[in-house]
Ligand binder design. Structure first.
Ligand code: AOF
Ligand code: ZN
Length: 388
C-alpha cells in the first residue's frame, strides 16, 4: 500500500536516509538503515545501524529518544527499511516499536529477505500502528542504498561493481616504462574508500602477475575486504604481495576444476583459501554463501569481459582520465601468458574437458541509469545495469 506522504514526511525520510549512511562499510552483510522519531513536528530521536550485531536503527532511535528524556508513545517513526519481525543477532524491532507505543511508522523500502518480506509491517498493523510505505524519490533512494543487501537477499549472489580507468583513447593499461597510473590521486583515494566498503575485491591472474597488487584498503580503521584472484590454473606466485600479506586480510584463489593439483596444494599450504568453480556464476554463488554481499571487480580488462559476457555486472564505475596513451603493442604477451590464454584463465572454464566455450551474454547491455561526476581531473561515470 503506497499512501501519499506529505513533504514533511519526505523530509524526515531523507534525514533517515542520511543517518543510514553512518553504517557504510561496517554492517555488511546487514543493510544500511536509519530511523527518525518525530512528535508534533519535532524530532525526538534519531538512530542508525552502526555495527554488525549492534542495535538496529529502530531500537537505536528509540534509545536516543529516551536518553533525551522524550516519550515515543504516539510519535511517528520514519525508517528506511521495513522493521524486522525475527530474532537474529538482535531481537525483533516490531516488538520494541509496539512496546514503545509508536503511533505511525513510515517505511521507505521493503526488506526482500525471506524472514522479512512484509511480516514486520503486518505485525505492526495488527498491533494498531498506522503503517505507510513511501514511493517516489525516497523509496528509490532507500532501495539504491542497499543494492548489495537486496541482491544477496533475493538471489544469494553478491552485487558486482566493475571499476575501470581509461584514457581518452580508451586504453586501460600504460606502457611498461610509464607510470602505471591512469586515473588521478583523487580517483585513487575514492577507490580505496570503495574497497573498504566492499566485502570482497577481485582481480584476474593476468593483473595479479603483471601488477603484483596488494588489494588492501589503505584507510585508517577500515574493514579489510577479502581479496580474490580468478586464477583457473592456480599460478599465483608465492612471493606475490597478496600471499605475503595474509596477516592483513585473507586471499581466496578461485581455480577451475582442472587446476594442477600441485599448484593448488602449494597455494593452500601458503595460506590461501581455494575455491574450485567451473564458471563465474558458481564462484559468485559460493561467495554469496560466505556472506559476501558486495563484490568489487578491480581488473583487468580480461576479467571485466568475462563478467560482462557472463551477464554478471550490476554496476560499473568508469574513470576517464584526460590523457592519450596510444595503442599498446598488441603482439606482446603479458607476463604469464597471451591475452587469449588469460581470457580463459580468468573466466575459469577452460573447455578442455568437454566444457562449453566461454559463456556469451547479451551483445549489448544498456544502463538503466547513468550519472557523471568530476573527480579531480577525471570524469567518473557510474552506470547501473540491474536494480534489486
Ligand atoms: C539491520 N539493521 O537497522 C535493521 C535490520 O541478525 P540481525 O539481528 O542483525 O538482523 C539482521 C536483519 O534484520 C537484516 O538482514 C534485515 O533483514 C533486518 N533489519 N537489520 O541490520 C537494522 N532494521
Ligand atoms: Zn530490526
Amino acid at each position: 500500500m503506497k499512501a501519499e506522504l506529505t513533504a514533511t514526511d519526505q523530509a524526515h525520510l531523507r534525514r533517515a536516509l542520511e543517518l543510514a549512511e553512518g553504517g557504510r562499510g561496517r554492517v555488511s552483510p546487514n543493510p544500511l538503515v536509519g530511523a527518525v522519531i518525530v512528535r508534533d513536528g519535532e524530532v525526538i530521536g534519531e538512530g542508525f545501524h552502526a555495527e554488525l550485531g549492534g542495535l538496529h536503527a529502530e531500537r537505536a532511535a528509540l534509545e536516543d529518544c529516551r536518553s533525551r528524556g522524550e516519550d515515543p508513545a504516539g510519535a511517528t517513526m520514519y525508517v528506511t527499511l521495513e522493521p524486522c519481525a525475527h530474532q537474529g543477532r538482535q531481537p525483533p524491532c516490531v516488538e520494541a516499536i509496539l512496546e514503545a507505543g509508536v503511533g505511525r511508522v513510515v517505511i521507505a523500502s521493503d526488506d526482500p529477505s525471506e524472514k522479512a518480506a512484509g511480516r514486520g509491517p503486518g505485525i505492526l498493523r495488527d498491533g494498531g500502528v498506522e503503517v505507510a510505505f513511501a514511493s517516489g524519490a525516497e523509496a528509490t533512494a532507500a532501495r539504491r542504498l542497499n543494492q548489495p543487501f537486496r541482491k544477496h537477499a533475493r538471489t544469494g549472489l553478491p552485487f558486482v561493481v566493475l571499476k575501470m580507468a581509461m584514457s581518452l583513447d580508451g586504453q586501460t593499461t600504460t606502457a611498461p616504462d610509464d607510470s602505471p597510473w591512469i586515473s588521478g590521486p583523487e580517483s585513487r583515494d575514492l577507490v580505496q574508500k570503495w574497497r573498504a566498503e566492499s566485502d570482497a575485491i577481485a582481480v584476474g591472474i593476468g593483473t595479479a602477475l603483471a601488477d603484483d597488487p596488494l588489494l588492501t584498503a589503505r584507510i585508517e580503521g577500515a574493514r579489510q575486504p577479502k581479496r580474490v584472484v580468478f586464477d583457473s590454473q592456480a599460478r599465483l606466485p608465492l612471493d606475490s604481495q597478496l600471499l605475503q600479506t595474509l596477516d592483513q586480510s585473507p586471499v581466496l584463489v578461485i581455480t577451475a576444476p582442472d587446476a594442477p593439483a600441485d599448484n593448488v596444494s602449494t597455494l593452500k599450504s601458503a595460506g590461501a583459501e581455494i575455491l574450485v568453480a567451473p564458471d563465474i556464476e558458481s564462484a559468485l554463488r559460493e561467495l554469496g554463501r560466505q556472506e559476501v554481499t558486495s563484490f568489487f571487480l578491480e581488473g583487468g580488462r580480461t576479467l571485466a569481459s568475462a563478467f560482462v559476457s557472463a551477464n554478471q555486472v550490476d554496476e560499473s564505475r568508469t574513470f576517464i582520465a584526460p590523457m592519450l596513451l596510444g595503442r599498446p603493442p598488441s603482439s606482446a604477451p603479458r607476463a604469464g601468458g597471451t591475452v587469449g590464454g588469460a581470457m580463459s584463465e580468468e573466466a575459469l572454464a577452460t573447455g578442455r574437458h568437454g566444457g562449453s566455450p566461454a559463456v556469451t551474454g547479451p551483445a549489448r547491455q544498456v544502463a538503466l541509469w547513468s550519472s557523471t561526476k568530476t573527480i579531480g581531473n577525471d570524469t567518473l561515470i557510474t552506470s547501473a545495469f540491474k536494480e534489486w
